[in-house]
Structures are given as C-alpha cells and as structure tokens.
Design a protein around this ligand. Structure first.
Ligand code: FAD
Length: 453
C-alpha cells in the first residue's frame, strides 16, 4: 500500500507487533457474521499490522506513531462485538489491548481496572472481596471491560442495575489522545458517557472506574411452561414483584433443539424462563412459577452447573441465545428490539401469530433509566436486505417497538439513532486527525463533508 510500513515499524521501537497474514486476519474480525448484510460488507476488510502494547506508556507511544504517520487505528479488546466495531475499514494498525489487564484497586462499591482486563477475571477478583459487577455481557468469558464500555450497552445484571449508561454504573475513564504528543484526559461521573458506546472512535480508554455491588451466590435455574404467554407473564410478574434476580430470560420452545447441552432440561414441548435467582428468593420464585402453571427444571449453584457440564444461565440469554442457534443453523440472523412501555405480552402473541416460522422469539427483562424495559433478540430467517428493512419498519410502525439495527456499521445507524454531539466534540480533542476507527461514526464523517463543501 501507500503507507511506509518500514518507517512505521521502526518507529514502534520494539513494541510487540505482528504482520503475519493469519494473525492479522484473525484480529481484523469480530462477530459481525451474525448479520449476512455485514458479512458481505466486512468479510474481506483487513488491518495491516497488529500491535500489542504491554503498558500505558507503550499505548501512548503507539498513539504518537499513528498520529505522526497518519495511519488509521482500530482498537480491539476481546473482539466479540456484533457490528464489525473492531473491523478496520481502511486498513492501518489494529491495537490489541488485552495485555493492559491489571485490576488496580478494589474498594467498597468500586473497582479501578485497566481497560483490557477480561470481564470474567475482573468479576472473579471482585468476588474475592465479597462483591460483584453490576452487569456484564453474556460474553463474560471473552470480552474485556474496555470493549464492553466502548461497544456494549448492558446485559446480565441489567434487570437489577439498568444499562451501562444509567447513573453509578461507570464512574471514571482515563483516555489517551491520538496526537504526536499524546495527552491523558480523565473523565469523571456523567462525563464517562463521552466514550461509552463510541466504538473506540474518540480516544483510547486505558483505565476505568466501575461500580460494584454486594455479591450474591446466584442460583442458575430454569422454569418450564406450557405456552410462551405463560412464560412471559411469569417473568414479567417476577420482575414487577421485585423478586431478587440478576437475569430473567424467556426463550420459546422452538429454541430447544439449539440448546442441545441441556437435553431434557429444556424439552422441545416447553417454553423456558432462564434465571439467576438469589438463594433466599428461590422458594418465592418456585411458588410464582407454579402459580403460572410452570415447574422448575433445574436449580444449581455456579460450581454445580460447572460440575454438571452445563452452561451457566447467563450463556442461555442475551445474544448467547442467538449464538446457540447460529452454531446449529447459519440461515438465521437476528434483530434487537425494545418494547413500548408498559410492556404488554399480548403484543408478543400477536407478533408470534403474524410472523410464524419467520421469527423465533426470546425476551429479556431489564431496566433502563430506572424503569422496567423489555427487550427482544429474536431470530429472524434471512430473506434479503429489502425484506429485513420491511420487517424493521413494520415492527416500528405497527407495533411501536424501537429497533437497534444490528446490520449496520455506524454508531448512529445502530443503537444510538442520533449523532451524540458530546462524543463528537470529545473526538475533536482526543482524535483531531480522525484516525480512530474511520467510517464508524456519521457524526464525524458527515461533519467533515459539510466543512469540505
Ligand atoms: P471488542 O469487540 O473488542 O470491541 C468493541 C468496541 O470497543 C470496538 O469498537 C473497539 O474498537 C472498542 N474498544 C475496545 N477496547 C477499547 C478501549 N480500550 N478503548 C476504546 N475503545 C475500545 N453486548 C452487550 O452489551 N450485552 C450482551 O449481553 C451481549 N451479549 C453478547 C453475546 C454474544 C454471543 C456476542 C457475540 C456478543 C454479545 N454482545 C453483548 C456484544 C459484545 O460482546 C459486547 O459488546 C462486549 O462487551 C464487547 O467486548 P470486547 O472486549 O469483545 O470488545
């Protein structure tokens, strides 16, 4: 290409770097293949060099080299994003942050941690102090805390603590700017939102402050129902009655063949509610399930789940539901749906009747801005792009649902819906040359186009 890689590599001063083709290919991808539309668009996009800094000082040196040589820079944590967030659209350097993995300090209700730490390790460290994270994605095992904050929105625990954006969940971010002389910017409280869900387009997050809550030895359990309406009504009433749960996921019976590890614990003639329930709430949970005509299929502590060779309940929900299905049958894709409030299970029943075999349903009980919010991540038979956008319009216009489109690469076309002015302002400071993850934010490219004309 047109970039002078000999000088760039020399300027890296021995910071670990890989230019092996296979290594680069593996680190230029994420889980965008959930979407046939994104798969077509992104499958051949590659970085040109992968760098793996070991310290914040090395991160700052890479930032300086990138700015001096005007090379695109794409950040990468666990690479589990679903929208091609880690895919370099214009080559350049991919920076893998997973070696920045120190848990710096755990105090009462709070942890300071380097951004590349795996969430599982972070949460385990919190547990050693009798605490746990407010929430994590179902990719707890692979994802990093920095990637979750920069690319995610919420997940397991959001039932109890709301989304990442909700107050108290994120308290601090230390950000390195991409300039010839990189600066360190500290963001506190609400200001952390400037880099939340910004896809690594406006600064390199090297450290985070994250809220913790008292640990609970959650019981991983499933209740089975003769009808998806009963499952939904049970989950919904458990949430409304305030049963202490960390996860409440309804999964309809047509998913059962995809959950093959569970065997008879999730049979094909029953609809399931997967949950993580506080031990002292298990009796109330069971009684409430029975009042809705259900029965408990299994209830185990996490060590018992492991010993039985089953997946934890959090790998039965959120976007793991989609993964279970895609592992078995690649002809599916999915959507992300937010339901109008207050939630009405009747709307789901009418959607099930309308779409029949075209859509399989799964719902998440969650909270957002302090209120109950129900999401769905339904499996959708892929019938081409036009059909997908017809379906999206129908769900929005006919049903009043909000779709977070998982078939697009920009922040604005996906979950955020609109340009976040504060994030773009911050990008002017943190990435003045527009080198970070180019093409992922319309707020920047549209703005540039305006100045050009
Ligand atoms: P990556 O994919 O590596 O990166 C995500 C984005 O963050 C990229 O744009 C990257 O450039 C940027 N980034 C990474 N590190 C930094 C940094 N240090 N500074 C600045 N930017 C950075 N998401 C949810 O929100 N909730 C879920 O429940 C959920 N479940 C999922 C289930 C499955 C099976 C899959 C495949 C995905 C799921 N996701 C979910 C999406 C994804 O797992 C989460 O967003 C996850 O937290 C991403 O973490 P990661 O380390 O893999 O990030």
């Amino acid at each position: 290409g047109h970039r002078d890689w000999t000088s760039i590599k020399a300027a890296l001063n021995g910071i670990r770097a890989h230019d092996d083709e296979n290594y680069i290919a593996a680190r230029s991808r994420d889980y965008f293949w959930y979407s046939p539309i994104l798969n077509e668009q992104l499958k051949d996009k590659l970085g040109e060099l992968v760098v793996v800094p070991q310290t914040v000082e090395e991160v700052m040196h890479v930032a300086s080299v990138v700015a001096r040589h005007k090379v695109p820079l794409t950040l990468r944590g666990g690479g589990t994003g679903n929208y091609g967030q880690c895919v370099p659209l214009d080559g350049g350097i991919v920076m893998d942050l997973t070696r920045l993995d120190k848990v710096i300090e755990i105090t009462d209700g709070h942890v300071r941690v380097e951004a590349g730490a795996r969430i599982s390790r972070l949460d385990d460290a919190a547990h050693e102090t009798g605490q746990e994270l407010m929430m994590y994605p179902s990719t707890r095992q692979m994802a990093t805390i920095g990637g979750f904050v920069a690319g995610g929105s919420g997940g397991i625990g959001s039932l109890r603590h709301g989304m990442l954006r909700d107050p108290g969940n994120l308290t601090y971010a230390k950000v390195v700017t991409v300039e010839p002389e990189p600066q360190v910017i500290e963001l506190f409280g609400e200001d952390v939102q400037k880099v939340q869900h910004a896809y690594g387009t406006n600064g390199i997050v090297v450290e985070l402050g994250v809220g913790l809550t008292r640990a609970t030895d959650w019981i991983h359990t499933a209740a089975l129902f003769d009808g998806y309406d009963a499952a939904l009504r049970f989950a919904s009433s458990a949430q409304e009655k305030g049963l202490d749960c960390y996860l409440l996921t309804t999964v309809e019976r047509r998913f059962a063949p995809f959950y093959n590890k569970l065997g008879d614990l999730f049979p094909a003639d029953r609809d399931a509610v997967f949950a993580m329930v506080a031990p002292d709430e298990m009796a109330r949970f069971t009684a409430e399930a029975e009042a809705h005509g259900g029965r408990i299929s299994f209830a185990m502590s996490k060590p018992e789940i492991r010993a039985a060779g089953l997946q934890p309940a959090y790998e039965c929900g959120w976007n793991h539901t989609t993964l279970q299905a895609l592992k078995v049958d690649k002809s599916w894709t999915y959507l992300q749906v937010a339901y109008p409030r207050p939630f009405d299970p009747e709307l789901v029943l009418s959607q099930m009747a309308r779409y029949g075999e075209e859509i399989y349903w799964h719902h998440e009980m969650a909270r957002m801005h302090g209120e109950i919010q129900i999401f769905a991540l339904p499996l959708v038979r892929y019938r081409g792009e036009e059909a997908m956008y017809r379906l999206i319009a129908e769900l929005e216009e006919k049903d009043g649902c909000t779709i977070f489109d998982p078939h697009v690469v920009t922040i604005e076309d996906g979950g955020m819906k609109e340009i976040d002015g504060a994030q773009i302002e911050f990008k002017k400071r943190a990435d003045p040359y527009g080198l970070m993850n180019p093409g992922k934010t319309r707020g920047w490219t549209d703005g540039m186009a305006r100045t050009d004309t």
